[in-house]
Design a protein around this ligand. Sequence first.
Ligand SMILES: *Cc1c(COP(=O)(O)O)cnc(C)c1O
Length: 380
Amino acid sequence: MKKTYLLTPGPTPLPESVVSVFARPIIHHRTPQFQTLFESVKIGLKYLFQTKQDVLILAATGTGAMDAAVSNLFKKDDKVITINGGKFGERWTKISKAYGLNPIEIKLEVGDAVEPAQFEVTVRANPDAKAVLFQASETSTGVKMPTPEICKIAQQAGLLTVCDAITACGVFDLPMDALGLDVMITGSQKALMIPPGLAFIALSDKAWGRRESSNLPRFYFDLDKERKSLSKNQTAWTPAISLIQGLQETLRMIQEEGLANVFKRHELLAKATRNAVQALGLEMLAKKSPSTAVTAVKVPSTIKDGKAIPKTMRDKYGVTIAGGQDELEGKIFRLSHFGYCGKFDITTGISCLELVLKELGHPVEFGKGVGAVLRTFSEN
Ligand SMILES: *Cc1c(COP(=O)(O)O)cnc(C)c1O
């Protein structure tokens, strides 16, 4: 027997009470029972997004909502600014191109957040741009982007702000309405603690206005159709009923803990992880603006095969963390600290990391990282 632990930035672990929801018999979606369920998750999602707008539920992964944002809001040849700090920022550029838009990409150094001044220069140089498409948290590099500053600059220039908040919403404070975000997106397998398969998207009044002039081809992801269905406590197509039942439970948990406490917990877990990384003499990829969701750590030069760290942790000890993607493969590993995650998930992850670093030939004084974790918890 090998007990397993999941410390990845999606999917995140499922709370026990959610797992048991999936054992229930299926209900039909055109019934009063489903409507009551839907009514409850609609309220919970507004709380999570901190918005008065309706949050639409799509049967897709997070990328489906990113796709829907582009296909519903723009016209062919529209110029948009994309912020590419990694794999997910790059995805905005790719989706924009797929729909025939003209993306102006701000390509960042790996591990960097966009500087507001740098963004402003691009905005000034492109007065005909319609929107900025960005991540609040770039999961591939563990970087938090300066969303309030991006919003301010974009709003002054009349740009629509389209935010992939997939590892931000429910992780740290990102109030959609207060920030003036025009589009906010998240997915089920991240802070919402349910399996992959649901994507969420909310639009501001301004964004709904743009929806009317958009003429890109779309069918499944027709947000207007979804909005009309939502007003009747339905979805346009067959909803992922079981996932929505799970969602009701995790939204209940989030509301019971309170968003402010959820954010505080994530902040503390992130701090403990960073302190451990530092105590072990390792280097973080995001030096200036690390994400509250995930800590990306550079593989030390003593270890030649960087992929061996997550592989050994998983295969030998049952602790699954994330490696690097694309050009970061083998160069970093990523420890996640959000969702159904508590103090002893971090302690476990760091102790396993110490063991594996040592086994792979990196000098480790056992307890250094774990000690830093425990000190962080004891002092905060
Ligand atoms: C997980 C994630 C996505 C969505 O990926 P899917 O595989 O489509 O769920 C998009 N952006 C960010 C920042 C993510 O972390």
